[in-house]
Design a protein around this ligand. Structure first.
Ligand code: ASP
Length: 316
């Protein structure tokens, strides 16, 4: 796969591949880009095996699964999001509906859940027996509030899409950090931090430790660089490198952070401070691949891992 080729979709993590396949089919059938992006995210939300998104997501420290999701239309810059919601089967659907509004388009907690119920979105108990079991055996330490890291290997599903007419959109969904404080909101549903789409320029999305990502508004920063003429891959690398350097300079620790992006021509880019950050790309012809970015000595390489390398990336 070449990042310089034109793609219709790019999405975070290996878990998004099935979603990208679904999005490619949906767009190929002539349905809208919005439907394709939402379907891609829903595919991951509905998969019980993924521990940090939707059904099967790991709970907060009260043992409740609280979810964040957002959607943005790159033509209109309309965006919507839900934060810290419980018992909603597909939070991205609710976020997408909220993006139709001019005001009140980002809703948190009870307000978001009331909106979802009133508009008859599907409800479901999102806590699986497996997630409840992991909660029971997890050690909840006193200082966890300060030490939390992103759950290794899964994290947020972020899908960026572009149709043949050049319209762009982005959808994201996550259960956030395992054992997070109830009510904690990460970067994912925060416009400019977890996602941003502007069809005239490009789109970007982020995954990793939300608090660190928010400190640099990483998604908007990547789109901002592209707006100044920076190629998409360089924009991802420069933004992440500058932000990481700044956090270190001011003496902060720096959690895992990865970004994906697509420019308005469909070329894609990715950067990470991890050893291996898998992501998926797909086009309407049905070509869908999982590839990866890796960081070695400050340099980013995009490559297709072989079996041995995939083994290093353990998912459950
Ligand atoms: N960014 C998400 C959060 O902080 C989690 C992740 O992507 O790993 O909630």
């Amino acid at each position: 796969m070449k990042t310089t080729d034109q793609w219709n979709f790019i999405a975070t993590w290996k878990m998004s591949l099935e979603g990208v396949r679904r999005a490619s089919r949906v767009l190929g059938e002539g349905q809208s880009l919005e439907r394709a992006v939402v379907e891609a995210v829903k595919t991951v939300e509905d998969e019980v095996a993924y521990c940090s998104v939707g059904y099967g997501g790991l709970p907060n420290r009260n043992g409740e699964v609280e979810l964040d999701a957002a959607y943005m239309d790159g033509d209109t810059l309309k965006a919507g999001g839900v934060m810290a919601v419980r018992d909603i089967k597909n939070p991205v659907e609710v976020a997408c509906r909220l993006s139709k509004y001019e005001r009140n388009c980002f809703l948190a907690g009870e307000g978001a859940m009331t909106f979802a119920r009133r508009h008859r979105f599907a409800l479901r108990n999102m806590l699986t027996p497996e997630a409840a079991e992991r909660f029971k055996t997890a050690k909840i330490e006193k200082d966890l509030l300060e030490r939390q890291e992103a759950y290794d290997g899964h994290d947020t599903v972020c899908v960026i899409g572009r149709d043949a007419g050049g319209s762009m959109a982005c959808g994201v969904s996550t259960s956030g950090l395992f054992l997070k404080h109830p009510g904690r909101v990460g970067d994912s549903p925060i416009i400019g931090s977890g996602f941003y789409a502007d069809s005239g320029v490009g789109a970007a999305a982020a995954t990793g430790v939300g608090e660190d990502i928010m400190r640099g508004c990483l998604s908007y920063a990547v789109v901002g660089r592209m707006a100044c003429g920076c190629p998409v891959q360089e924009a991802c690398e420069n933004v992440l490198a500058d932000h990481t350097a700044k956090l270190r300079r001011i003496g902060r620790s720096c959690g895992s952070m990865s970004v994906i992006a697509m420019d308005r021509e469909g070329r894609v880019g990715a950067a990470t401070n991890l050893e291996l950050f898998p992501f998926a790309v797909g086009n309407m012809a049905g070509e869908c691949h999982t590839v990866a970015a890796k960081q070695t000595d400050g340099r980013i390489e995009i490559f297709e891992p072989d079996e041995e390398e995939w083994k290093k990336y353990e998912v459950d």
